[in-house]
Design a protein around this ligand. Structure first.
Ligand SMILES: NC(=O)c1ccc[n+]([C@@H]2O[C@H](COP(=O)([O-])OP(=O)(O)OC[C@H]3O[C@@H](n4cnc5c(N)ncnc54)[C@H](OP(=O)(O)O)[C@@H]3O)[C@@H](O)[C@H]2O)c1
Length: 355
């Protein structure tokens, strides 16, 4: 069945994620009847284009959602908190990229190939996970379903595009300043990001973790339906433009060889194993950039865990695509395919709440 073309709004359409969303909608031939590009309204006269048509960028305000079927939000948590309920009130279903709604019990938090069935109980808002969590969940799912997970330790190496357009410009400027012998200035981050590694992503919490680290902990538990999962994270910003990398150590319940782990990872849709140390073949940020897959490599036994129950590996993915835009569009596609674009309360026989 050809899906009915929908009215789609992109909120934050001028940002790095918003622009990638428009590109992904086009690449995947998403059935768009009308596109509304929305942003702060601070820079009038801006445009975006989809499939050769140019659209003016309008101001994101409640009335802009009249008649919208699906609204893809990526304009920060404050905007989502204020405008997502307004969009839902007007009949739209929101797929939200910010952290505003992810941990709300009545909002499904969904990675397309991990927990798509959670979409069934949405009440108008579906949350897209944090980019670091997004690339981790499919590989952890493979271990959860085969050998069980006892404990996870993940350390991230995150690109500046994860912060947004200002951070990309700041890294470019600092690199240029270094080449020209100019002093560097830091505005987006508390220290220079060029030629550095900053163990501070988002704000610090009372428990000593950063919010980004804690998102990986709490979001992974929710997506994987493992509320007691023992998981710890250190999140580090590095001077890479696109793609996040992660070093992951997992203690499994049952023994697991690297060979079997590679087969398990490979069987997950959207996961690609690149793992041949002899030819220096392993996932790289530069090669993952522009791709939709999650790449896994450096798979090896962690000998610090007894009985062959320790596995270590390296996971890389484009934070703007699978980490944000691609998963959001995949969720919109699933909503259409499963006839769940409308909230559960407006669908006959739909479940009220999931696990
Ligand atoms: N970057 C990533 O890898 C990533 C991954 C997952 C989730 N996210 C989330 O996606 C969101 C956007 O991130 P980004 O990286 O695209 O940031 P960005 O490049 O800084 O873009 C921010 C966007 O939000 C818009 N905006 C700002 N204030 C607004 C307001 N008051 N009303 C309406 N629109 C407003 C901006 O519009 P103007 O141009 O008009 O200012 C711009 O379009 C954030 O919530 C972020 O946490 C980002």
């Amino acid at each position: 069945m050809t899906p009915r073309p929908l009215t789609v709004a992109v909120v934050g359409a001028t940002g790095v994620v918003g622009r990638t969303m428009i590109q992904v909608l086009s690449e995947r031939e998403f059935p768009v009847a009308e596109l509304r590009l929305l942003a702060s309204g601070r820079s009038p006269g801006r445009t975006g284009s989809l499939d050769g048509r140019t659209y003016d960028v309008g101001k994101a305000e409640p009335g802009a959602f009249d008649g919208v079927d699906i609204a893809l939000f990526s304009a920060g948590a404050d905007v989502s908190r204020e405008l997502a309920p307004e969009a839902v009130r007007r009949g739209a279903t929101v797929i939200d990229n910010s952290s505003a709604w992810r941990m709300e019990p009545n909002v499904p938090l969904v990675v397309s190939q991990v927990n798509p069935d959670d979409l069934a109980w949405h009440e108008g808002i579906v949350a897209n996970p944090n980019c670091s969590t997004m690339q981790l969940a499919p590989v952890l799912m493979a271990l959860r379903d085969s050998v069980g997970i006892e404990r996870v330790v993940v350390d991230t190496y995150q690109s500046v595009s994860g912060t947004g357009a200002d951070a990309v410009a700041e890294l470019e400027d600092q690199v240029q300043a270094h080449v020209e012998g100019r002093p560097t200035t830091a505005a987006v981050y508390p220290h220079p990001i060029a030629f550095n590694a900053l163990p501070e992503i988002d704000t610090f919490l009372e428990n000593g973790y950063t919010k980004e680290e804690w998102k990986v902990v709490t979001e992974s538990r929710k997506i994987l339906h493992l509320p007691e999962l023992r998981i710890s994270c250190t999140a580090v910003r590095i001077p890479v433009f696109v793609s996040h990398s992660e070093a992951v150590h997992v203690e499994t319940r049952d023994p697991l060889t690297p060979e079997r782990a590679r087969r398990l990872f490979e069987a997950v849709p959207g996961v690609v194993v690149r793992d041949d140390p002899a030819t220096h073949d392993y996932p790289l940020a530069t090669e993952a950039a522009g791709r939709d897959e999650v790449f896994v490599g450096r798979v090896r036994t962690d000998p610090s865990i007894p009985d062959g129950r320790g596995i270590a590996f390296w996971v890389v993915s484009d934070n703007l695509r699978k980490g944000a835009a691609t998963n959001a569009v995949e969720l919109a596609e699933l909503l259409i395919a499963r006839d769940q674009v409308r909230a559960a309360s407006r669908r006959a026989g739909a479940p009220a709440r999931g696990a």
